[in-house]
Write a protein that binds this ligand. Structure first.
Ligand code: FAD
Ligand code: SF4
Length: 322
C-alpha cells in the first residue's frame, strides 16, 4: 500500500449544531480541525473514513473570551494564537509555554487546541507505514491480537503525547462538549482513560467545543524532554503550578504527559510551608512523580530514562516557581 491520501468527502459546516448533525448522520465520519495529525494518520492507514467534517469554518470555535468565571478558549483556537494571547501569557504561563513547545511555527499556525486535546496515542510499533505494520501482524490497537510493547497484557499501552493537556489541568481546566443531547462539561483530567486504544471519553457525534479556566491564581511552568529540541513530541512533559495558601505555604499542582496512555495529575505530598528546609519536600515530590508514571517501550528512548527525567524536570520547575 502506497502512502497516498485516500479519497474522502469534505463537509464544511458553519455551526457546531450542523457539525453535530453531520457526524450523527454519517457513522464513519471523522472530525478534522487543523489536520496536522489526522491527515498523516489517513495517509498511513491509521485512520479510515469516507467523510471528513471540517471544523475550520466554525467561527464560534475560534474565540478566546475573558468571562466572569475566568477564561474560555474555543477548541478551534490555534496554538499560535494561544502562545501569543497576552491574557494567557500573563495568567496561565504553562499553557502559553506548552503551545509554544508544539512542533514548529508554521505547524502551530493551523494546529488547534481541540485537535491537541483529542490527539491519538502513539507507539513505535503503531506510527509506521501500513506495510510495516502488516508485516508485523498489526497489533492490539488495530486489526491484530497482540501488543508488541507488553505481549502479556490485554490493553494498548501507547502513550498520550499531547503537550496542552497537563498545562490546562494544573490550572483546573474543564472542557465543554457538544453532542446530540446538548452540551456537557467535565474536568479535563476526567476526559482521559488509561487505555491507548480508547483514551478519550467522547462518543461518536460529540465535539469538544472549548476549554474553561478559572481566574488566574497560580504561577505555572511547562517543560518537556524530546529528541529534537526544535520540533518533537514530548517523551515526557510536565506542567507545574504553584499557588500561595493564606498561611504563605507553597501549594503545587503537577500534571504529566508522554509517559502513560493518558495525561495525569500527580498526587503531590502536601504543601511546602514557609521558612522550612525544602530539600525533604522536593525529594518526596520527585518520588511521587516516579511512582505516578509508567512509561513503556513505546518510543526508542528507554522508559527508565523517561521516568527519571520527568521527575527531575518536575523538581526543577517546582524550585523555579518557589
Ligand atoms: C511533525 C509533527 C510534529 C508534531 N509535534 C507535536 C508536539 O510537539 N506536541 C504535540 O502535542 N503534538 C504534536 N504533533 C501532533 C499535532 O500536530 C498537534 O497535536 C496538533 O495540535 C493537533 O491539532 P490539529 O488541529 O491539527 O488536529 P487534527 O489533526 O485535525 O485532529 C487530531 C485529532 O483530534 C480530533 N479532533 C480535532 N478537533 C476536535 C474537536 N474539536 N473535537 C473532537 N475531536 C477533535 C480529530 O478527529 C483527530 O482525531 C505533531 C505532528 C507532526 C506531524
Ligand atoms: S502499545 Fe501495543 S497495542 Fe498499543 S499501539 Fe503499541 S504495539 Fe499496538
Amino acid at each position: 500500500m502506497t502512502e497516498v491520501l485516500p479519497n474522502f468527502r469534505l463537509m464544511e459546516p458553519a455551526t457546531v449544531e450542523e457539525a453535530v448533525a453531520l457526524l450523527n448522520e454519517t457513522p464513519d465520519a471523522l472530525l478534522c480541525a487543523g489536520g496536522t495529525d489526522l491527515v498523516v494518520q489517513l495517509r498511513k492507514g491509521l485512520a479510515e473514513t469516507g467523510t471528513l467534517v471540517s471544523l475550520s469554518g466554525i467561527a464560534a470555535l475560534r474565540e478566546i473570551e475573558v468571562t466572569d468565571a475566568g477564561l474560555r478558549i474555543g477548541a478551534g483556537v490555534t496554538l499560535s494564537q494561544i502562545e501569543r494571547a497576552q491574557v494567557i501569557v500573563d495568567g496561565y504561563r504553562a499553557v502559553a509555554k506548552a503551545a509554544r513547545s508544539v512542533a514548529g511555527p508554521a505547524h502551530r499556525g493551523v494546529a488547534t487546541l481541540g485537535g491537541n486535546l483529542c490527539l491519538d496515542t502513539r507507539c513505535v510499533y503503531y506510527n509506521q507505514s501500513h506495510w510495516w505494520r502488516k508485516s508485523n501482524d498489526f497489533c492490539l490497537k488495530y486489526r491484530g491480537d497482540t501488543c508488541h510493547v507488553a505481549p502479556q497484557g490485554n490493553r494498548c499501552r501507547a502513550a498520550f503525547s499531547g503537550d496542552m493537556a497537563p498545562s490546562l489541568m494544573v490550572h483546573g481546566a474543564e472542557i465543554e462538549i457538544a453532542g446530540p443531547k446538548g452540551t456537557r462539561r467535565l474536568p479535563l483530567a476526567e476526559f482521559y482513560h488509561e487505555d491507548g486504544a480508547a483514551h478519550i471519553r467522547l462518543e461518536h457525534g460529540e465535539i469538544l467545543v472549548a476549554a474553561h479556566l478559572p481566574p488566574p491564581g497560580a504561577a505555572s511552568e511547562y517543560e518537556k524532554v524530546r529528541v529534537r529540541g526544535s520540533i518533537d513530541f514530548p517523551l515526557a512533559g510536565v506542567a507545574v503550578a504553584c499557588a500561595r495558601t493564606p498561611e504563605g505555604a507553597a501549594r503545587f499542582s503537577v500534571a504529566v504527559t508522554g509517559t502513560n496512555s493518558k495525561p495525569l495529575m500527580v498526587d503531590v505530598p502536601g504543601d511546602l510551608p514557609p521558612h522550612s528546609a525544602p530539600e525533604a519536600f522536593f525529594a518526596a515530590l520527585e518520588k511521587a512523580v516516579q511512582k505516578a508514571v509508567s512509561p513503556q517501550r513505546t518510543t526508542t528512548i528507554a522508559p527508565h530514562y523517561r521516568r527519571l527525567s520527568i521527575s527531575a524536570l518536575t523538581v526543577r520547575l517546582a524550585k523555579r516557581l518557589t
